[in-house]
Structure formats: structure tokens, C-alpha cells
Design a protein around this ligand. Structure first.
Ligand code: ZN
Ligand code: FE
Length: 257
């Protein structure tokens, strides 16, 4: 079943902006428009007219296109309630428990603080898609600019609990460098080694590694594996609290070259 037609617009050096069209109604949403110029050019080429922006958090590479696109298309800007003051042009602040619609598809808003304090994700259960911004990346996670390891671990687990076949759209192509770190800390992970072959092949052909799936991330993403005994052993932290293991992993990544 394909409910959405999703087109990824590359922006700047490594951002992806998903353009999401509900096949049944033709309604189009833009997730985190980094740059108005690149996004409108892609919309025009597709012949799509957007009516909604969904923002996950306030960083400029996620909201930078809001005002220009709103002026051009007259669309509705939906974004996180807990950082509404920093979302340009916001019309509808949302948070955990709210739902949003793209045409006939309904999405649940999930609070996923950690990268920023008010970060949200949008989970479209029927379409089997989640838009996660800079919380979860393919084989990685966002840096903790405004949150604690405990908050981020909790946020990541909310995403990890979604159905395994859910397509995960994150906002950056960071996968190759994430994989280098993942293999360094979790070298015995067979699924990770298999994934490395496909990531390298995709990047060699300049293909995106996004979307990924929850199942792939559960098997290979070190930041979702802090509660797994084999990962704790690899980190030489057997028996320690998952939050401590997650925090140590995040810190190691911050310092990894
Ligand atoms: Zn960000
Ligand atoms: Fe970002």
C-alpha cells in the first residue's frame, strides 16, 4: 500500500527536505524546508502545489524556507508548541497527543526532546512513515544541543517502539560517517557489516540512504542498542544503566574523527 508519494529535495550540503503528496487527495506537505529556492524549484518541476509545512524543530536548516514558501503558496505552518516562538510563520503549534493531516492521512505528533528542547516527530501510522528531523539518523542520532542523555534515550525509544517496517525520514545524509563510528564501537555486529556494504554502494552512486526503517535501525544503530547486552559488552559497560551507556556512546561520537 502506498499512501504517500515522497520526493526528497537535497538542500545545502547534506539536508533532505521531504515533499509529501497524499495520493488519494493530491494534498502536498513540505517537511522542514531548509531552503525556499530549492524546494520551490522541485515543487514546480513536479507540478505539486503545497498547502502545509511540518516543522520538527527550530534550527535554521529546518525552518529557513518557511516565510518565503508561506508567502508564495499561502500554506499553513505547523510546528512544535514548545519552541513556537522560534518557528517563523507558525500557524498551528502542536505537541504530543495532537494529530495532523496530509489529505486523508492522519499523523500523530510525538514529543522527542533532546536535540532541541521542543523537537517533535510526525508519525503517519496508515502510511507507515515517520518524519524524525534531527532526532534519529540512519545509523546515528542528533547531537544533544538542548537536552539530556536521559531525554534523548527516552525520545529514541519512542521511535524504536514504532512498527519495524515504518519508513524513517531523517533530515540529513550523515550515514557514511555514522557507519564509520558504528563499526568502530560495535565491530562484531553482523547486521551492521551487511548494512555497510549497501550504504557504501548507495553513496558511490550518489543515491540517498534515506529513508531507512525502524527494524534496520534497531539492528544496527548504536544509539538504539544501549540496552542490548552485546552492545554493552562492546562498550565495556556490561550491566550498566542503558542511559549511561547511551550517554557514553553519544560522547564518544562527539569526539570521533
Ligand atoms: Zn537540527
Ligand atoms: Fe539539521
Amino acid at each position: 500500500m502506498t499512501a504517500f508519494d515522497i520526493h526528497l529535495v537535497p538542500c545545502f550540503t547534506d539536508n533532505y527536505v521531504p515533499l509529501v503528496r497524499d495520493m488519494a487527495t493530491g494534498t502536498v506537505a513540505i517537511v522542514d524546508p531548509a531552503d525556499a529556492g530549492a524546494v520551490s524549484a522541485a515543487l514546480d518541476a513536479l507540478g505539486w502545489r503545497p498547502s502545509i509545512i511540518l516543522n520538527t524543530h527550530h534550527h535554521p536548516d529546518h525552518v529557513g524556507g518557511n516565510l518565503e514558501l508561506k508567502a508564495k503558496y499561502g500554506l499553513t505552518v505547523i510546528g512544535p508548541r514548545n519552541e513556537a516562538a522560534r518557528i517563523p510563520g507558525i500557524d498551528r503549534p502542536v505537541g504530543e497527543g495532537d494529530s495532523v493531516a496530509i489529505g486523508g492521512q492522519t499523523g500523530a505528533v510525538l514529543d522527542v526532546p533532546g536535540h532541541t528542547a521542543g523537537h517533535v516527530a510526525y508519525w503517519f501510522e496508515g502510511a507507515e512513515v515517520v518524519f524524525v528531523g534531527d532526532t534519529l539518523f540512519a545509523a546515528g542520532c542528533g547531537r544533544l544541543f538542548e537536552g539530556t542523555p536521559e531525554q534523548m534515550w527516552h525520545s529514541l525509544n519512542k521511535l524504536a517502539d514504532l512498527p519495524g517496517n515504518t519508513l524513517v525520514y531523517c533530515a540529513h545524509e550523515y550515514t557514511e560517517s555514522n557507519m564509520r563510528f558504528a563499526l568502530a564501537v560495535d565491530p562484531e555486529n553482523a547486521a551492521l557489516r551487511v548494512r555497510d556494504v549497501s550504504v557504501r554502494a548507495a553513496r558511490r552512486h550518489d543515491e540517498p540512504t534515506v529513508p531507512t526503517t525502524i527494524a534496520v535501525e534497531l539492528a544496527t544503530n548504536p544509539f538504539l542498542r544501549a540496552d542490548k547486552p552485546d552492545f554493552a559488552r562492546a562498550m565495556r559497560m556490561s550491566g550498566e544503566d542503558p542511559v549511561a551507556i547511551f550517554a557514553a556512546t553519544r560522547k564518544a561520537k562527539d569526539n570521533f574523527r
